[in-house]
Design a protein around this ligand. Structure first.
Ligand SMILES: Cc1cc2nc3c(=O)[nH]c(=O)nc-3n(C[C@H](O)[C@H](O)[C@H](O)COP(=O)(O)OP(=O)(O)OC[C@H]3O[C@@H](n4cnc5c(N)ncnc54)[C@H](O)[C@@H]3O)c2cc1C
Length: 404
């Protein structure tokens, strides 16, 4: 039983089917549905999508991205381009389209789906779990429950696990709006670190043709969540944005905000109840990216369950161990870098260094978006070694779309 048909839930479903397990996904939304997101896909996300059988050509507004332009608080721009070796390092895909393809892939793999159904409660029942849903009043018993309900899925008390107090702690929140009629963004994504929101940032990601996904990510340690909309409006009026997208843009839909959970939950898994993706708090504390983590946690959860199918407690500890091995060291590094990014001086210095030479720029592009461990940046030799072999994600040739 899987709660949530986002990247985490669909990844878990497809991996479950590959292991021969029967699975049902329940989602409160009807699909296609939007998810407030920047729509950016890192190399890890692309690799996971490729393994799940989701092809770029099936996502109409897919954009393959050639590089990143980072603007520092002083206005200096670092141009970070990814290698041109025929593989894919970065892409954008509107979540409305991407998540629909993930759901189709899950159904094609044999997963059952119940859409428009909200899970209201998950309680222990004997050796397994009882999952209650609204509307139909239906209840389902399952030995394993995957909670992939995102940042605001089930309230914690509904799963019997109190959440740690977060008041006063650093959280990440972000807003997003789509702009149509933009100038051609030239297959580059744009990031702007400006003083008032550090270590947060603003972004412009090309999305389809002459459309951009624009947003702001704020850390609540130094700014109030209520500042987010005002900061986003400020970015939308800024010379930085107008210089890139032009002054004839129109907004599509409303500006939306949503939390980005950057604190791994203490109860990642317990007796057959597994938290994945945003429900587990797995987003990167520095960048806020979470799609790769959602897809990866779906795979890791299912590998842990497949190996221990009749031993939920062993599956639980295998999942904890796998998540720790995958993410813990990198999250620590992200948190260190986050502290440094609070300083305008340090951020300006970092952007200047990234642009020192084309080789260094390419290293940083790959460090930010590829499978290079975040912690590699703390050791120059490890950093250089980890980047010796470039390898982006590959999809089958006939399905690789030309760069938009
Ligand atoms: C503004 C913003 C920008 C972002 N930009 C990026 C980016 O560019 N790149 C990146 O990698 N990450 C980004 N993220 C993070 C990313 O969106 C999430 O990490 C990712 O969506 C997590 O996937 P998930 O499957 O865990 O959860 P979700 O995608 O949130 O899916 C959860 C699903 O569960 C369903 N659900 C919830 N509660 C229930 C219930 N009670 N019953 C039934 N169904 C339920 C929901 O309808 C939803 O379909 C961004 C986040 C925000 C807020």
């Amino acid at each position: 039983m899987i709660v949530g048909a986002g990247p985490a839930g669909c990844s878990a479903a497809i991996h479950a089917r590959s292991a021969g397990l029967s699975v049902r996904i329940i989602d409160r939304a009807g699909f296609p549905r939007d998810k407030t997101c920047g729509d950016g896909l890192t190399t890890v996300a692309l690799r996971e999508l490729s393994a799940l059988g989701v092809q770029p050509a099936s996502v109409p507004s897919w954009r393959s991205i050639a590089g990143v332009r980072i603007t520092s608080p002083s206005g200096r721009v670092a141009h970070l381009d990814v290698p041109t070796d025929g593989t894919l390092y970065i892409a954008t895909a509107p979540r409305r389209e991407l998540d629909e393809q993930l759901l189709i892939a899950a159904r094609n793999a044999g997963a059952e789906t119940s859409l428009g159904t909200t899970v209201t409660d998950i309680v222990r029942r004997g050796d397994g779990w009882l999952v209650s849903c609204d509307g139909s009043g239906e209840s389902v018993e399952a030995a394993y429950v995957i909670h992939a309900g995102g940042a605001r899925g089930l309230p914690a008390f509904k799963t019997g696990h109190p959440r740690p107090a977060t008041a006063g702690r650093d959280e990440l929140i972000a807003s997003r709006v789509y702009l149509d009629n933009t100038l051609d963004l030239d297959d580059r994504i744009h990031i702007w670190f400006y003083n008032d929101i550090l270590p947060g940032y603003a972004w412009i990601f090309p999305s389809g043709k002459n459309t951009a996904n624009v947003g702001v990510a704020l850390h609540t340690a130094n700014r109030s969540p209520s500042d987010l909309v005002a900061e986003t409006e400020r970015v939308l009026e800024s010379d930085w944005l107008v210089g890139l997208v032009g002054d004839s843009v129109t907004r599509r839909g409303a500006l939306r905000s949503w939390p980005i959970p950057i604190r791994p939950q203490p109860d990642l898994a317990d007796g057959g109840l597994f938290r994945l993706g945003d429900a587990a708090g797995l987003c990167d504390p520095m960048t806020g990216e979470g799609i790769a983590q959602a897809l990866t946690s779906g795979r890791l959860a299912m590998e842990s369950i497949r190996r221990n199918i009749d031993r939920p407690e062993s599956a639980t500890s295998a999942y904890h161990k796998a998540l720790r091995a995958q993410f813990t060291a990198d999250y620590r590094t992200s948190r260190i870098l986050l502290r440094l990014l609070r300083s305008s001086r340090w951020t300006r210095g970092a952007v200047r260094f990234m642009g020192v030479s084309p080789r260094i720029s390419q290293w940083f592009a790959r460090w930010m978006f590829e499978e290079v461990p975040r912690r590699a940046v703390l050791s120059p030799i490890a950093f250089a070694r980890s980047l010796e072999t470039p390898h982006g994600a590959s999809f089958s040739d006939e399905d690789n779309p030309p760069s938009a």
